[in-house]
Design a protein around this ligand. Sequence first.
Ligand SMILES: C[S@@+](CC[C@H](N)C(=O)[O-])C[C@H]1O[C@@H](n2cnc3c(N)ncnc32)[C@H](O)[C@@H]1O
Length: 328
Amino acid sequence: MQPSPTSDRRTPVFDHTVPPPGHPSASSHELREPPSGGPQVHHAPARVAGHRPEPSHGDPAAREPRVLAVVDGSDTADYVAHTATLRGVIRQRLVTRALIGHLPPAPARLLDIGGGNGVQALEFARRGYNVTVCEPDPRMLAETRRGLADAPESVRRRVELVRGDGRDAVHLVGTGWDATFCHGVIMFVPEPAPLLNVLVELTRPGGIISVVGKNGPALALRAGLQGRWRDTTALLGEPRAVGAARPGRQPAVQLPPGDDPANVAAILTAAGTRSLAWYGIRTFTDHLGGIPPGSDVDAVVDAEWAAGARDPYRGIARLIHHVHRRTG
Ligand SMILES: C[S@@+](CC[C@H](N)C(=O)[O-])C[C@H]1O[C@@H](n2cnc3c(N)ncnc32)[C@H](O)[C@@H]1O
């Protein structure tokens, strides 16, 4: 199904909650960072608070609610609160700033997979883009609707909400998008490749693919700057033996494949894209916990932007923002 630019944009929500039988559920493979910032090897089944499983018809696995997980918090409310902290603001403003340099001019059709509480959707709708959010968590969609309610009608009518898993998005929203976003989502799927391949398929040839993921090789930095020395050492791993091929330390834990930026870039490239740029997000501010933005927030964003665009700083940032163009 091709999305229609002339379709009703008064935020309809199409409920595609029930996964097809045999389709892996995101909820059963949540990767959650422990509060200590320790090694990220915890795979815990997750349930959506207050969200009942779909009525029973056949395979019980297929009836599980599909969602969710949240970065830096335990539920939707925590993520919404996080987006208002300095760290959350820095992340969103850096992503927006990078994308402005790569997107075609408005109005173009943007798709935000796992759009969460709609920060980027609202931002780009305000800039004149038509944005569709594909998001499995009804509570996140409700937050997006709340944000839209305060926006002018001209902005509201440019945003469309679709409920569903990103891996089903070709079926849910069609292909041919001018740009496809997937920010902070790959850490919640067991394998990034199926989702990343779908992103490329969703995007028209020549279109933009924007992915934000964790910077696995630099995860010790936050713990170190917070003085959590045992966590820091655990995350750095054991030193290699003298005479080993490369100096440095072995990772203490096997990184989830979605937390390896080189792996993410390689999957996108193999799927038919080329990298236009990559940026580090939160080089200087990741250890600051939940402090709110201060009056100097613009200066902080400028400093983070300057660092995030160059070596060696971007290589130690908490998150990596990949921007690719579909080539074929
Ligand atoms: C950390 S939030 C990021 C939200 C938003 N993209 C942002 O950058 O602010 C992660 C989001 O991914 C969504 N999510 C988790 N698994 C998903 C999947 N398989 N497909 C699409 N979205 C998913 C969650 O429901 C949640 O809204």
